[in-house]
Design a protein around this ligand. Structure first.
Ligand code: ADP
Length: 747
């Protein structure tokens, strides 16, 4: 090996497997090749590193093809006792050096990552020892003075401090929610109670989030054990729920749940309590390894792709002095954090729990974890915590714009929070037309039962918003129904309607009430929020369709041009392209030129010549008015001649259908809670602000409606700033092999 031979990176998966690890491995291999490095997979975790031989193998572009949709890890994982010993690590160092590898990307839990750090610290000594024993020559020893590492967290538990999400946690939530939805329907049929155990020894993330997304009655998590007498309190909640109209009762228990004295709380104990005190027929379901299984969610595919991409940037730019970093996600952005600091803090949480310092454990989990716990508690209360006044004030909820999965859970949360605070909640059926026609009804706690799992929109929505001529009728309806505050849930048209009402306040005093918009649109094109409700569900629907499309093409040599929704906003196209492994994505934001198309055709023809069987292009529906999906298909077909055929797939409304994903349910619940707080605050203060709410860098943020005009591009109906556009280079890196270095054989 000469000094200008490519840098060599090893990648391994270690510890428990998690869905999304394959996407990370694929991204590491392809980014490495794209950047001119050679990439080796170390099979079976540290065991493969200790064993060497053919367990360390160079990877080509195609070796990691067609793996995005697969659960588990194709390069295998293991727990390895030998690597815990110095002798084992010495063998591992020798095996890596034989291949010229001194940069590693490790995908695993806190155990695997601290093992990697130990290995890195020892590396210079290990190399010196190998040289002393004549196992490597001096030159080789000098070429590898240091081991440079980057860590990605693969763990379904979401138990690592320093990253908002770990690889696999979102997919595990998908599995749990599929199970809870299924259990809820059978439980409701028989009016039964269920106790569901989910994974998480020290971390209640899966339990808490599945309790919120599954709309369950009670949750037990390790970080915040229930206080003494919790059994009676739980039974009271379940009794109240039944009285208010619940047909099923579900208690979620984290695997590591215990009481405040540290005694474990088993599912069986909870079942016994429910049977004895409520006389209910109660069943226990322990979900176990189902949670690790199955295809990764769209989020786990695109996030892991970004993490793998960044990890390669990190190890390639590292020098022997670089502090090792954990590559994680914070507020939807990839971020680097000192690796060992994260491992230490993660272990500190487990220690806090063991020492019964629960307040500190919750604090280390982060602000939004505590916030979500409080939200869950308020949601589960069937009776208001505030005694309603004799004439409670009235908050109305209305939808506008296109349908977005997650609208129902948002209404459910808003109704329950509002009732909990002593307000009357009104549902407007049929959007603004319904408001004008007086289709307004009071919603009770029981009316919204089960809405968390429902796709579509129970209240109904419409893209028709009031015309100038209709404003008078809208104002009359608001007055006649004594609406004191308005929550508008929807997409672009909802925001536009709110903006119109707000701007017409001087002419119509009825509009001088507090009002707030909650972002719900699959297009993800409203201002003030990095994410809107429905977009995650839509991307999952697209990715599922892409998986099927790819399978269907197995028998032929085929190019697919898939058209996604989004109007002028390319979010769905880009993110599903990242998650679904598209070769090329066309966005309106970038435009499409003839030159682009020509370059793509050339690349396509070349790659089919080289043996490619499938080529996937994703096109946003309005990427270009002239270069339409049909045009592109015709062009590719003509140029492909006998080499490949071309099909189009316009996905259409399947993107709006389906039950909301766990993430959309959680986001809907969180934002609805904040909207109700906003309206109540305004009413209590006697002010009448108009606003829109959203997530900005992960924090719930409220913007005044007066700022909307300056934040949007009115012509193309999207925010002026779109954070995700910066992810475009990753699609290119994943898709195009620019004659990248194929890893050479062993030296
Ligand atoms: P996870 O990475 O999922 O937390 P483990 O804690 O079981 O899983 O760690 C996986 C593997 O990482 C272990 O089997 C071992 O090979 C290695 N490992 C863990 N901790 C250490 C350590 N302190 N020193 C060296 N290797 C370790």
């Amino acid at each position: 090996m000469t000094s200008n031979s490519p840098k060599r990176i090893g990648v391994l998966t270690s510890g428990g497997d998690a869905q999304g690890m394959n996407a990370a491995v694929r991204a590491v291999v392809r980014t490495g090749l794209h950047m001119g490095a050679a990439v080796y997979a170390v099979y079976e975790g540290y065991q493969g590193m200790v064993d060497g031989g053919d367990r360390i193998r160079p990877q080509s572009w195609d070796d990691v093809g067609s793996i995005l949709h697969r659960g588990g890890t194709i390069i295998g994982t293991a727990r390895c006792a030998a690597f815990r010993e110095r002798a084992g690590r010495r063998r591992a160092a020798l095996n890596l050096i034989r291949h010229g590898i001194d940069r590693l990307v490790i995908i695993g839990g806190d155990g695997s990552l601290s093992g990697a750090d130990e290995f890195r610290r020892e590396w210079p000594d290990l190399v010196a020892e190998l040289h002393q024993n004549d196992e490597i020559d001096e030159q080789t020893a000098q070429r590898h003075p240091a081991l440079m590492i980057a860590g990605l967290v693969g763990s379904i538990d979401n138990d690592m401090v320093g990253t908002d999400m770990t690889i696999g946690a979102d997919s595990a939530l998908h599995r749990i929610i599929e199970a809870i939805d299924a259990i809820a329907s059978t439980a409701a049929s028989h009016q039964r109670s269920f106790v569901v155990e989910v994974m998480g020894r020290h971390c209640g993330y899966l339990a808490l989030m599945s309790a919120i997304a599954g709309g369950t009655d009670y949750v037990l998590i390790p970080e915040n054990p229930p206080s003494e007498g919790w059994e009676e309190r739980m039974c009271e909640l379940l009794r109240n729920g039944r009285a208010a109209g619940r047909r099923d009762s579900i208690v979620v228990v984290a695997e590591g749940a215990h009481d405040r004295a540290g005694h474990p709380i088993s599912c069986d104990y909870v079942r016994q309590v429910l049977e004895e005190r409520l006389g209910e027929d109660t069943r226990v379901t322990i979900l176990g390894h189902v949670q690790r299984g199955g295809t990764p969610s769209a989020f786990d595919r695109w996030m892991s792709t970004l993490l793998g991409y960044t990890a390669v940037e990190e190890v390639l730019s590292a020098t022997p002095d670089t502090e090792p970093q954990l590559i994680g996600i914070r507020y939807n952005r990839i971020r680097r954090v000192p690796l060992m600091q994260c491992v230490e803090l993660t272990r500190a949480v487990a220690r806090m729990i063991a020492e019964q310092n629960y307040a500190k454990a919750m604090e280390l989990r982060g602000g939004s974890f505590t916030e979500m716990f409080e939200i869950f508690k308020a949601m589960a209360e069937a009776s208001p915590s505030v005694t309603p006044p004799t004439r409670p004030r009235r908050l109305a909820i209305i939808h506008a714009g296109g349908l977005a999965p997650g609208m129902n859970p948002a209404v459910r949360a808003a109704v329950r929070f509002g009732l909990d605070r002593g307000y009357t909640l009104l549902g407007v059926r049929g959007s603004f037309e319904g408001l004008i026609a007086g289709r307004i009804e009071e919603l009770t706690w029981g009316d919204v039962e089960g809405w968390t799992a429902l796709g579509g929109s129970e209240l109904g929505t419409s893209r028709n918003i009031p015309t100038v001529e209709q404003l008078y009728a809208v104002a009359r309806a608001i007055e006649n129904h004594r609406i004191d505050g308005l929550l508008i849930i929807g997409g672009w048209m909802a925001y536009k309607a709110a903006h119109t009402l707000y701007s017409e306040r001087d002419r119509y005093p009825a509009f001088k009430i507090p009002m707030i918009c909650l972002p719900a649109t699959i297009d993800n094109n409203v201002p003030g929020s990095e994410l809107s409700i429905g977009a995650d569900t839509a991307i999952n629907a697209i990715v599922e369709a892409l998986d099927r499309i790819k399978q269907s093409a197995m028998a032929a040599r085929r190019c697919f041009v898939v058209e996604t929704m989004g109007r002028y906003c390319g979010y769905l196209a880009l993110m599903s392209g990242l998650a679904g492994g598209a070769e090329r994505v066309y966005l309106h934001e970038e435009g499409v030129t003839l030159k682009d198309l020509q370059a793509e055709v050339e690349h396509m023809v070349e790659s089919f010549h080289d043996g490619r069987r499938l080529y996937l292009t994703i096109r946003n529906e309005r990427a270009n008015p002239h270069y339409t999906t049909d045009f592109m298909c015709a062009l590719f077909e003509e140029e492909g001649r006998d080499l490949f055929d071309v099909r189009n797939a316009v996905l259409g409304h399947i993107q709006q259908g389906g039950n909301p994903s766990p993430y959309d349910r959680i986001l809907a619940t969180r934002l609805a809670a904040h909207c109700i707080n906003f309206l109540i605050e305004q009413l209590e203060r006697g002010t009448t602000e108009g606003a829109f709410i959203g997530l900005v860098e992960g924090k719930v943020t409220v913007f005044p409606l007066s700022r909307m005009a300056e934040m949007v591009d009115w012509t193309y109906r999207r925010p002026k700033e779109q954070w995700w556009l910066e992810l475009r280079p990753v699609v290119t890196a994943m898709a195009q092999s620019r004659g990248a270095a194929e890893a050479p054989g062993a030296t």
